[in-house]
Design a protein around this ligand. Structure first.
Ligand code: HEC
Ligand code: HEC
Ligand code: HEC
Ligand code: HEC
Ligand code: HEC
Length: 606
């Protein structure tokens, strides 16, 4: 929870100034709804979204419970510098509404004392004025959405900008009553049921459910269909290929498509894979589906864009393709038409795609390598095929193609701050230690005291944690035989060497969790001293971690991961370079320092 309090104040009691809302003591159902909403796109704040991305509903419920149970003093109210008429107007709207405009009193839902009503209507006192203004404005412009029925959208639509200003100013200037807790719900049911906690969000259960505390994946939420054994194989394979990751919009219906995939050539939208006959693949035969997976052609013959990783999936067997189709057919049908892609000329033409395929696409399975064990061949099949690991772990040429699914030499992850390292075995680790580390990392998101972050956290969260022991061992056995091809360490000749503030910044912002000497806390905060990732040749991911923070993925083996706060809003380029250089050179670490230009380029996406 410390990852939250950098922004929300010590223990979640933000001050009455500025923009940050207090979270301590709010109704747990309300907090939970907000957390799922930030994660799934109903509310927008990129830094929080990134933190919550790979956390389960169960864990978010626990986090909500933690902050809800805190009883902390409230800050003094803001001094209202507004004329008395405005304050009176604000008070009238809040306490009595405006029947002429069909505007109910805010107090009718938020409680007579305005301290909120259990389980999911928040209090309105103790929040900064700027925050209140922004939230009501966000509802007006549909930037903020709440679980249906979204009463606040309706109310905000009826408020004029002057009303919002008056209401926010008055609310922010009110002291809290002696008992600031939310009240129990009224015994008579209100006419409209807003302010409830939806029973799980089914979309998440299907795309990213984890097998935590008794909840089986796919059936975690009530109403999600039970998967019969015959379809489990297909479900397993769809996870191994992370089909749901690309074919589901955050917070949307599973496999209904529409997620925009950013490519250097424009945006490609994923397709509806649900069995809807008109807009999905309801009318596809097993041959049609095989043609898409194997040849990259849609039903009807259209060439598909390789943002759909068919250059990998072409390696899978017909049997596996049929099993995935059977599983997709068992999903609820969703009517959603496929969107047109938004690509630049000439990449938006079929002839350019045909030329690309001639150069870079070779359909068909690879013959097993007889010189290798069955285990190795199984690993190669998974990594090169469904796993499509080269999508990130290989460099791309200017036309976006990798050199082949076994060339996992490492590369920048398109459209992100991250660099995916070479996947070969490092020289300085014993082979069996490396194999065990790999299996642990793909299963739990952590190994050797370090955790995966960014795009890889998502891969573990949605995909590799579900692979069985034999398949994980096969993946590790295969990866281990690849050559390690890390980029050579570049000596920084950055004219802008960071200032000497590193040690001070470290004590101020990092030592609380990572320890005075970078020793970390076992099971919670990774050690930075002697950490191979801290001393890696390329400091790119270190800079990315410090800027973006993040939680390790929540997995069955590690259901309540700890989080690291983002620092992009707190530390400037010099400070980030200074603190990263410090941890690369302290406590026996001896990696090259980081220049300010590197940080700036990364922040600006260069
Ligand atoms: C980088 C700063 C930052 C961090 C770190 C952060 N938050 Fe937030 N949080 C915000 C801001 C800013 C908002 C208001 C966003 C908006 O405009 O809606 C917010 C809003 C919220 C809200 C909604 C409050 C309300 O009254 O509606 C909750 C709940 C919340 N955060 C919980 C958390 C939790 C739990 C964590 C840790 C996992 C966390 N936040 C980490 C900045 C942060
Ligand atoms: C019909 C019931 C209802 C009425 C009337 C109502 N609200 Fe709300 N309000 C809610 C619910 C429910 C939520 C929680 C929505 C969510 O989960 O995001 C909420 C949330 C809010 C929030 C967000 C608080 C935060 O911490 O982010 C603000 C601000 C707010 N209401 C202001 C008002 C004002 C001002 C009025 C009167 C003009 C009003 N509400 C009237 C039900 C109501
Ligand atoms: C990295 C993102 C990504 C992943 C992972 C992914 N897809 Fe796709 N898929 C796409 C995109 C984008 C398209 C649209 C391509 C186009 O229209 O040219 C697509 C199209 C398809 C199509 C063609 C649909 C049609 O209407 O023509 C099928 C079938 C398909 N995907 C199946 C799968 C299966 C099965 C998996 C998992 C094994 C999977 N996809 C994983 C991005 C992805
Ligand atoms: C609230 C506790 C907390 C604070 C404060 C914090 N971190 Fe972290 N840090 C973590 C956790 C937890 C992880 C592992 C999470 C993950 O990998 O996503 C982590 C991961 C890291 C990693 C990646 C280590 C690895 O093995 O991959 C680096 C580097 C790092 N932190 C540096 C810093 C620096 C530099 C600061 C100060 C500017 C800092 N941290 C502040 C909790 C914290
Ligand atoms: C969406 C992009 C993406 C995909 C797909 C992906 N990875 Fe990664 N992977 C990354 C990034 C980025 C990192 C570095 C993250 C970090 O250091 O925390 C990483 C790190 C790793 C590491 C840790 C390496 C080290 O030296 O610390 C392993 C092992 C790994 N990935 C294996 C795989 C395997 C196996 C697959 C295919 C099943 C895969 N990855 C697919 C992006 C990806």
């Amino acid at each position: 929870m410390r990852a939250c309090t950098v922004c929300h104040g010590r223990q979640g009691q933000a001050s009455s100034h500025g923009y940050l809302p207090r979270i301590a003591g709010k109704p747990a159902g309300y907090l939970y709804n907000q957390l799922t909403s930030f994660r799934d796109g109903g509310r927008h704040y990129p830094l929080m979204r990134h933190l919550l991305e790979n956390l389960t509903d169960d864990y978010l419920r626990e986090i909500a419970g933690h902050f809800s149970a805190l009883e902390l003093p409230y800050p003094p109210p803001q001094v209202a510098g507004a004329p008395a008429t405005e304050l009176t107007k604000g008070r009238t709207l809040v306490m009595h509404g405006d029947p002429a405009r069909g505007l109910p009193a805010c107090a009718s839902c938020h409680g007579d004392a305005l301290t909120g009503v259990m389980p999911a209507t928040p209090g309105l006192l103790g929040l900064p004025r700027d925050y209140l203004n922004a939230q009501l404005g966000a509802w007006k412009t549909s930037q903020r959405r709440a679980a249906a029925p979204d009463c606040m959208a309706d109310i905000a639509a009826r408020l004029e900008p002057q009303d919002i200003a008056a209401v926010s100013t008055w609310l922010a200037s009110q002291p809290l009553p002696a008992n600031p807790r939310a009240t129990a719900p009224p015994t008579r049911k209100p006419p409209v049921a807003c302010g409830s906690v939806p029973a799980g969000s089914p979309n998440r259960a299907a795309t990213a459910g984890t097998a935590t505390a008794g909840a089986t994946p796919m059936s975690a939420a009530p109403g999600t269909p039970f998967t019969p054994p015959a379809l489990r194989r297909g479900e397993y394979l769809a996870r191994a290929g992370n089909c749901a990751g690309c074919h589901t919009v955050p917070g949307g219906r599973p496999f209904a498509g529409g997620r925009p995939i950013d490519t250097p050539f424009g945006i490609v939208h994923s397709s509806n894979l649900t069995p809807d006959p008109a807009t999905g693949i309801g009318q596809w035969s097993a041959d049609d589906f095989w043609l898409a997976m194997h040849e990259g052609r849609s039903r009807g013959g259209r060439l598909l864009y390789p943002a759909f990783p068919y250059p990998n999936y072409t390696r899978i067997s017909r049997e596996d393709s049929d099993a995935i189709l059977a599983y997709l057919r068992s999903q609820p049908a969703v009517q959603r038409s496929n969107q047109a892609h938004d690509l630049r000329f000439p990449f938006n033409t079929q002839w350019a795609l045909a030329a690309w395929r001639m150069l870079f696409f070779e359909p068909g399975a690879r013959a097993p390598d007889p010189a290798r064990s069955a285990q190795w061949n199984r690993g190669a099949y998974l990594v090169q095929g469904l796993g499509h690991c080269d999508a990130c772990h290989a460099p791309r040429n200017p036309l976006g193609a990798t050199r082949g699914a076994d060339e996992l030499r490492g590369g920048p992850v398109p459209g992100s701050l991250w660099h995916a390292p070479s996947l070969g075995a490092p020289q300085d680790l014993a082979a069996n230690r490396h194999r065990d580390d790999l299996v642990r990392l793909l299963r739990t998101g952590q190994s050797g005291g370090a955790a995966v972050q960014g795009p890889m956290a998502e891969v573990v969260y949605r995909s590799t944690q579900y692979l069985d022991d034999a398949d994980l061992a096969a993946v590790a056995a295969y990866l281990q035989t690849l050559p390690r091809q890390d980029r050579p360490a570049t000596v920084v000749r950055d004219p802008e060497v960071p200032s000497g503030r590193g040690p001070t910044l470290y004590r101020q912002h990092c030592a609380d969790c990572h320890g005075d000497r970078g020793e970390g806390v076992t099971g919670a905060y990774p050690a930075l001293a002697g950490n191979r990732r801290v001393t890696a040749a390329s400091p790119q991911n270190l800079i990315a971690v410090v800027l973006a923070g993040g939680f390790a993925p929540a997995t069955a083996a590690n259901p309540r991961p700890h989080g690291m706060p983002p620092f992009s809003h707190l530390l400037d380029d010099d400070a980030v370079a200074a603190v990263v250089s410090h941890i690369r050179g302290a406590w026996g670490n001896a990696a090259s320092p980081v220049g300010m230009t590197q940080v700036r380029n990364l922040r600006q996406g260069r």
